[in-house]
Design a protein around this ligand. Structure first.
Ligand SMILES: Cc1cc2nc3c(=O)[nH]c(=O)nc-3n(C[C@H](O)[C@H](O)[C@H](O)COP(=O)(O)O)c2cc1C
Length: 610
């Protein structure tokens, strides 16, 4: 990750640089030598250019007018080169409120011009353009649609939707072989050369731009890159920075390898958000930047665009998740509520969570997200972030830091969860290591004899038969194997929930090991005090069910209410095998108590112990 050095820039006046770049084609680069905005992407402080393109064939098209910081100087310059009454098309490869400020003025000055955009851009455009006949002026284009300007300039549109630019379009002109790439292949810096003559000096700026804008959306980026290969492009014409002519294949290669780098990161965080007016999205970008900077791969998901399957697949594979929402009408948007449901149903409670959002006055959505995740026992990688309306430079800095904190906590948690290697590999019996890779569901097996309840932890359990449903359990004598050694003996298998604390109450070796104690009948015979009484004083008699909420199953054994599920079982057979008894039992009945939970697994370093 490229850091952003602070650079003092000479105060030069903003201007619009105009140059012919191909047949009938000009670029108008609105330039600022100062940092344009406080968003992180501009923090290298090398200024930027906002590139707009003019194609004058039989028909005249203007691509991507700049944002409102340049409205006046841009339109003045444009009018020196073009009679706006002759403009046929204004092509908007993406729409944002900033750009709409310029489009509004331009569209009024060129009332005959059609406005070309993708379908998702239409609502924003309609809301912004308040002059008559506005709707009929908007022409929606889709992937592969064409627009013939004459003289060989048959423009082809390419849908390039990403979480950040949900209305993204790119445009290819076969006459000039220019691919207008909008936000792809850009960089924020300002200088004289139109093209990338000095591309070797641009590496850091390009990488920084990629990290800020694209590293969190590599999946969609790769889709766009694959589409671009269909064109015989000689020039990439991006929205910012120099046009790419000399380093076209190198830059494409860089994008692909930077995407690969992201995928190879050890940790993956899913960033879920929705944003009606862009504020929550800006917070998401800053948090993403902090995460990327600290070495985590991000998958940004704009919940308004994503399917439930996409969200499910992403969150199932994540090491942590962060969810952000605006508050609209006292609620989180439906898409966020759906995403939250998917998270609760699919993400283990041990995964790290984060919450953020922009709000106006009450901020219910952020509180709702925080409470639901807290109730589900997720721990947070940073304190929930609440920002009123638009973020400031300070709040964005806090978001960036939150991303860094999240990564640090993620790495620390992982370290704690990774089993320590007590001895070197060569010392450990390789066979034991291999056997240790077998994992089992962590369960508490409860029994009841003479009104005394007992529980032992075991992970040596597996389903053994379909019909009747049956399980196989391997138990050692110290695990009270003798209590369920005879056909007809009953027990309950409580299947534990990942992230729960119940396992701490129980041990793999029964604290009240009955093989060391005579059965109650024998004890009575020998006049031994009831176990319940002696256990109070005995170190072996610690009561594992203290602080555990239980209820009694129909077979008399205890069901642990915090368990994910329980099975009431009856022993069918018992085969003494090695140092264990292999007990086969039929499941009489069972129930899942937490549909959204995940089965706790016992992971081991060696097959020589539990
Ligand atoms: C139609 C509408 C309803 C809103 N309702 C609420 C609300 O109930 N509570 C609140 O705190 N803010 C409310 N807001 C303010 C938004 O949460 C605020 O503008 C926020 O910055 C929007 O975030 P976004 O840009 O990510 O969409 C509302 C805004 C709009 C336009």
């Amino acid at each position: 990750m490229v850091q952003a050095p602070i650079k003092t820039t000479p105060a030069k006046k903003r201007d619009v640089q105009v140059a012919t770049i191909s047949t009938n084609t000009q670029v108008l680069r609105s330039r600022t030598w100062d940092r344009l905005k406080f968003e992180v992407e501009y923090s290298r402080q090398k200024g930027t250019t906002s590139n707009s393109y003019l194609i004058e064939a039989d028909k005249i098209a203007l691509i991507d007018p700049p944002g409102q910081s340049f409205t006046q100087i841009y339109l003045e310059t444009l009018e020196q080169h073009l009679d706006l009454q002759k403009l046929d098309y204004i092509i908007l490869q993406h729409v944002n409120p900033n750009r709409l400020a310029t489009v509004k003025v331009l569209a009024a000055k060129a009332p005959q011009a059609q406005i070309i955009c993708s379908k998702p851009a239409v609502n924003a455009l309609e809301a912004a353009l308040t002059f008559p006949q506005q709707r009929s002026r908007i022409q929606v284009v889709r992937d592969k649609d064409t627009l013939d300007l004459g003289q060989g300039h048959q423009l082809q549109f390419i849908s390039a939707i990403t979480p950040r630019w949900v209305d993204g379009l790119c445009t290819y002109d076969p006459q000039s072989k220019i691919l207008y790439t909008d936000k792809f292949f850009g960089a924020h810096f300002c200088d004289e050369p139109i093209f990338d003559d000095n591309w070797k000096q641009l590496d850091l700026d390009r990488r920084f731009y990629f990290d800020c804008l694209h590293a969190s959306q590599t999946k969609q980026l790769e889709t766009a890159l694959a589409k671009f290969t269909a064109f015989d492009s000689k020039i990439y014409a991006p929205a910012h920075g120099s046009l790419i002519k000399y380093s076209l294949s190198r830059f494409s290669y860089d994008y692909r390898s930077w995407c690969q780098e992201q995928k190879a990161q050890e940790f993956k965080v899913v960033l879920l958000y929705a944003s009606a007016y862009g504020n929550t999205a800006t917070l998401a970008s800053a948090i993403a930047h902090g995460l990327i900077q600290s070495g985590v791969a991000i998958e940004s998901i704009n919940c308004e665009l994503a399917s439930t399957e996409e969200i499910t697949t992403a969150v199932q594979a994540c090491d942590g998740f962060i969810i952000g929402s605006p508050t609209l009408g006292g609620h989180a948007p439906t898409q966020i509520q759906t995403a939250l449901g998917i998270v609760l149903a699919n993400v283990a409670k041990t995964k790290l969570a984060g919450v953020f959002g922009s709000y106006g006055w009450s901020g219910e959505a952020i509180a709702m997200l925080e409470n639901k995740l807290k109730d589900a026992h997720y721990s947070f990688g940073f304190e929930p972030i609440r920002v009123r309306f638009s973020p400031t430079a300070t709040t964005l800095k806090e978001c960036l830091q939150a991303g860094i904190n999240f990564t640090q906590k993620l790495k620390k948690t992982k370290k704690l969860r990774t089993p320590r290697q007590a001895v070197t590999e060569t010392q450990i019996d390789r066979t034991e290591q291999a056997v240790g890779r077998i994992v089992g569901s962590l369960c508490v097996l409860t029994t009841c004899h003479d009104n005394h309840h007992n529980g032992v932890l075991t992970s040596w359990v597996s389903q053994a038969t379909f019909n009747p449903p049956g399980v196989m359990i391997a138990l050692a004598p110290e695990q009270n194997a003798n209590l369920i050694s005879n056909p007809g003996d009953k027990f309950v298998l409580n299947i534990l929930n990942e992230g729960g604390n119940i396992r701490r109450n129980f041990s793999h070796q029964s604290r009240n090991s009955f093989d060391e104690r005579p059965r109650a009948a024998d004890r009575r015979k020998r006049g031994v005090q009831a176990f319940e009484e002696t256990s109070k004083d005995s170190p072996l008699g610690t009561r594992e069910f203290d602080n555990v909420t239980t209820k009694t199953a129909t077979n008399g054994c205890l069901i642990i209410e915090e368990a994910l599920a329980h099975l009431e079982c009856t022993v069918q057979s018992n085969v003494p095998s090695g140092d264990r008894n292999l007990i086969y039992a039929v499941v009489e009945q069972g129930e899942v108590s937490e549909n959204s939970g995940i089965t706790a697994m016992q992971h081991r370093k060696s097959g020589s112990h539990y």
